[in-house]
Design a binder for this molecule. Sequence first.
Ligand SMILES: NC(=O)c1ccc[n+]([C@@H]2O[C@H](COP(=O)([O-])OP(=O)(O)OC[C@H]3O[C@@H](n4cnc5c(N)ncnc54)[C@H](O)[C@@H]3O)[C@@H](O)[C@H]2O)c1
Length: 373
Amino acid sequence: MAKDKIRVAVIGVGIIGESHLQTYQKIPEAEIAAICDINEERLNDVGDRYGIARRFTHIGKLLLEDDIDAVDVCLHNNMHAPVSIAVMRAGKDCYCEKPMAGSFYDACEMYKVMEETGRKLHIQLAFLYSNETKAAKRFIDAGDLGHLYHMRSYGFRRRGRPFVDGYARKEFVNTVTSGGGALFDMGVYHISQLLWLAGLPELERVSGHTYAEIAMDEGRRRESGYNVEELGVGLATYRGGLSMDILESWAVHGRPFPSSVMMGSEAGISLNPLVIHSRKYGLETDTTVDLGQMDYLAHTVYADTAHYDNSQQHWIHALLGKCELLPTAKIALETQRVQEGIYFSERLGREVTSEEIEALTKSKALEIPNLAL
Ligand SMILES: NC(=O)c1ccc[n+]([C@@H]2O[C@H](COP(=O)([O-])OP(=O)(O)OC[C@H]3O[C@@H](n4cnc5c(N)ncnc54)[C@H](O)[C@@H]3O)[C@@H](O)[C@H]2O)c1
């Protein structure tokens, strides 16, 4: 008999793990089967507050449980690969937080194991489910842009480095746990959105720079061992000549940058807010979309829209066979390729090719003390 519910376990019930629990509680087809955290106090606090009785401090023991269908990995970046790989090898489908891993190498390993095991691997890329992305995709798929030749991936925080500027934990700002800074953490959303809309172009080469210039609280700097970029910039060239410039800031003295954009021979798109720019009847024209109306119609008239409401719901619906899983593992992998290319370019002081990125990348995966039995 076909399943009507997916029993999910969440590993790592910190800030984002807790938020995932709240979302699963709103998805009728998801049942929270268990939670796992190495911090027993946090595990019990979350378990008590969300009424989850089955609790594990050992990941390996959780993975032995036959009645858990799928596992959601909410650990820090350099734990994503070893734990996601163990999940898939244990015969379970795997959801993993962004960025896919702490290095392109580790992301490739995850991708290989996904192919080897045939399990479904889904990476959280929240921007794919926004109304702006959905509407932009309709214009693009209809061919309205003509020849797409340039994209601009923009992300702006004036002062929002995790931990040292307030929100989130110190693991975000040390490469041992995070693998990277602003480019990995927030760049992943903006770059993946454009790569998805552009039909997953193939990277040829990239150059870039990373910076950490702005003063921060010295106590928090010491406590975290802060060693990542607060600003990343890059220029990437894709097969066929499509280019993309990238600017991702956690901290900068300046005003918000304009939104990410796509530039085509027939029309351009600003993604936030969504505007389609074109020339009609000899007039420079800006078209806006009533996204509220689009959303309402989509939910009242076109029932399959619910499969794409948000990342977790999409994954649960895909596991139940209600829709095809979006190729998020591939999109996240290609996002990580260009991001890591910028780090290599900064290190080498020159442009790097896609093949060089593959040759240079190394594992940053951490030993997971509570994984092996
Ligand atoms: N915080 C956010 O707003 C946010 C948003 C989107 C994505 N993310 C991503 O989510 C991931 C986690 O971030 P977070 O902010 O939730 O971090 P967090 O520190 O709040 O939570 C991580 C949790 O993992 C637990 N943990 C650590 N090692 C473990 C192990 N070996 N076994 C089991 N549990 C272990 C910790 O005890 C902690 O509770 C990161 O990859 C981040 O990029 C975070």
